[in-house]
Design a protein around this ligand. Structure first.
Ligand SMILES: C[S@@+](CC[C@H](N)C(=O)[O-])C[C@H]1O[C@@H](n2cnc3c(N)ncnc32)[C@H](O)[C@@H]1O
Length: 206
């Protein structure tokens, strides 16, 4: 079996960005949740496992000035960077595995992840992810994580995933995190099937 980095590099090298199941023309739910935070446009935002998502395009359009996009796949980040052209120079691009990449401490006001945490089926990887949140998000910062819901698919991109109800997803971060809101999404894939997602918006403790 391929290692995860090889898997994701192959995906982004062999498929058009709008031909993958998770493609969204606009990351509407994510944008709504990020706007609902009500931070200034100087807020430090990181899109974890952002891949080639258009979320960064829309955040730049909306005037956010300090955006980082992290992904295991350099090819994915290249797709987004090329699409953005000159505007892409205003983004911090980070290639790395969210479980062990060295992130700056107490830096992010908003941590966003759509469809990445659910690939962490090993408890030790989930614990490492939560440690990264504890390190890199500012005290009182916002953590927005979206995964497949309990009635979502059992696999994504051919890889097994864990599926979560809002309480379970919140529980992965622990009771010190305050669950502000959870919303669901019926995501339509480019070929018209429906995937159920759950988004949790939590506050990191002070
Ligand atoms: C299903 S895609 C979602 C992409 C994007 N968040 C979106 O909603 O369009 C999952 C992404 O997570 C990235 N990924 C998977 N495991 C990762 C890890 N351990 N660390 C960082 N990125 C990872 C993949 O390269 C891929 O871009």
């Amino acid at each position: 079996m391929q290692n995860p980095k090889e898997h994701w590099e192959m995906v982004y090298q062999s498929k058009q960005p709008n031909a993958v199941s998770w493609f969204q023309e606009h990351a509407t739910r994510s944008l709504e949740l990020i706007h609902s935070v009500g931070t200034s446009l100087d807020a430090n935002i990181i899109d974890v496992g952002g891949g080639a998502s258009t979320l960064v395009d829309d955040l730049l359009r909306d005037g956010y000035k300090s955006i980082s996009v992290l992904d295991l796949s350099a090819s994915a980040l290249d797709v987004a960077r090329k699409r953005l052209g000159i505007a892409g120079r205003r983004v911090t691009w980070i290639t790395g595995d969210i479980c062990d990449v060295n992130l700056p401490a107490q830096t992010y006001d908003i941590w966003h992840d759509r469809a990445v945490f659910h690939f962490l089926i090993e408890p030790s990887h989930r614990a490492a992810y939560v440690q990264q949140v504890m390190k890199a998000v500012k005290p009182g910062g916002h953590v927005i994580v979206a995964t497949f819901a309990p009635d979502g698919p059992e696999q994504c991109s051919g890889l097994p995933v864990a599926r979560y109800a809002p309480g379970q997803l919140h529980g992965e971060f622990g009771p010190s995190f305050n669950l502000l809101e959870h919303v669901s999404e019926e995501h339509k894939t480019p070929w018209g099937s429906v995937q159920h997602f759950v988004y949790c918006h939590c506050l990191k403790p002070h």
